[in-house]
Structures are given as C-alpha cells and as structure tokens.
Design a protein. Structure first.
Length: 244
C-alpha cells in the first residue's frame, strides 16, 4: 500500500461518520427529481451515517404551492418531505436531519442554509422570510443556530458580508452549476469564517459528491451546529479528503 493510501485510511478511520449537509427532495423542492424515500436509500447504499434534508423554504413560493396564505399549511407541506425521509431512515438505519434552505423576499436573491432547528421553529422562521437576511440574522439567530450562505460564488449570488452570516458553503458540488468552491473557501478564510461542504443533491447519480466526516455520528441538527462550531471535521469530495 502506498503511503498516501495509508494516510487516507488513517484519516477515514479517525473521521468515520459521513454526513450530507445539503440535499433536496421532491415535491417540496420542485427542482429535485428524487422523492425522500429514494434519497435515503441512495445515501444508505453509499455508506453515509446522516442525511440533512434542506429543502427550499421561501415565502412566496410556498404560498403559491399550497394555495393558501396560512403559515401552518405551508410549514406542514414543507415538513412532509423531511418526515417521509426520516421514516425511511428509521427503517434503513440512516440518520435524517432537518434543516432549511432559506431565501428572503427583500434584498439579493441569495440562498442560506439554516442548521440547529426543530419542527416547532419553522412557523416563526417562515413569517420572517418576507424581510431581509440582515433582519433575520439579527433578530432570530443565536448560539444554537448557524446560518451559512449557500454557494456564495455561484452566478447570480451576492456574497454577503461576514456580519450577516455565520459562514459560507464553499464546497457545493452541484454538477449543473459552477459554484467556484476555491474562491468561496478563500473568501471565508479571508474574513475568518468557517466553510462547509455539501452536494446540493437534486438528481439520481449526484448523490454523495460532497460531505463532511466527523469523529462521532451527527444525529440532529444541533449536532451539526456543534460539529461545525468545534471545527472538528474534514471534507470528503467523493473519496478525496480535504482538511478545511
């Protein structure tokens, strides 16, 4: 065995638990081709420990989808995908974790990954989406939650200043977009903010392109927050290991 292979094996053994931080499922995210049950099966087959369902959570989009202006109806529609995935995960032995990809009605048309939430948080979050990310970060986010700008260097995105987010998703490896991960990582480092990895999974065959590996399994969204804050993880780009 080559020395490089030995070192890779040691790193994999030290950080054995793989988590996908950014996955979408249909019909909640209309851009996804994959139902929740299939997403769970795909990631289980690839040996993952945990799968974060971060479907799109956008004010106008959801009122149009559910045909009512009632917050609870929008939230229940959103949660259906997560709950179906979680039920399948309990059958197959994959941890399914709740998150949300937010877009605010005011300001730039950016996307933000929110970790550290439970089902009961979503009504309050939904009613803040007509505002700005600056207002949301100031009035809602605290030490128990993390707000990361998703794919900040992708075309059409405006990189937000570090005082408005907790970090940046640098290694977004959605195959249909150029998210310029190197530039995103360098920017995060330049402003002393953490950066994370996620596939931005939408389609069959795209599963498991970008993950984080941890020393202990991530079981809840709060575990995700803890791992990122402690900065004790490495990135896994389809078998290529990266130390952030």
């Amino acid at each position: 065995m080559r020395k490089q292979d030995e070192l890779k094996k040691l790193m994999e053994e030290a950080y054995p638990y793989r988590t996908e931080l950014h996955a979408h499922t249909k019909p909640v995210s209309t851009c996804s081709d994959v139902p929740p049950e299939d997403a769970v099966k795909l990631y289980k087959e690839r040996g993952y420990t945990s799968l974060v369902i971060a479907n799109h959570f956008t004010y106008d989009y959801f009122y149009k989808r559910v045909g009512t202006r009632e917050t609870k109806a929008a939230v229940e529609f959103y949660l259906d995908g997560y709950r179906r995935a979680k039920e399948e995960g309990e059958k197959t032995g994959l941890n399914v974790i709740l998150a949300a990809e937010l877009r605010f009605s005011e300001g730039a048309g950016n996307d933000y990954l929110l970790f550290g939430i439970d089902e009961g948080d979503l009504c309050e979050i939904f009613e803040m989406l007509p505002g700005t990310v600056e207002e949301f970060y100031k009035n809602y986010c605290d030490e128990t939650k993390l707000l990361f700008q998703a794919h900040p260097m992708r075309n059409g995105q405006v990189v937000m200043p570090p005082e408005t987010v907790d970090g940046y998703e640098s290694f977004n490896l959605h195959p249909n977009h150029n998210s310029r991960p190197a530039l995103a990582a360098r920017y995060a480092k330049s402003v002393n903010k953490p950066f994370i990895a996620g596939t931005d999974f939408h389609e069959y065959g795209h599963e498991g392109l970008s993950a984080i590996r941890t020393t202990t399994p991530l079981l809840t969204s709060h575990d995700v927050v803890k791992a990122i804050k402690e900065n004790d993880f490495i990135m896994d780009s389809d078998g290529i290991l990266i130390i952030p």
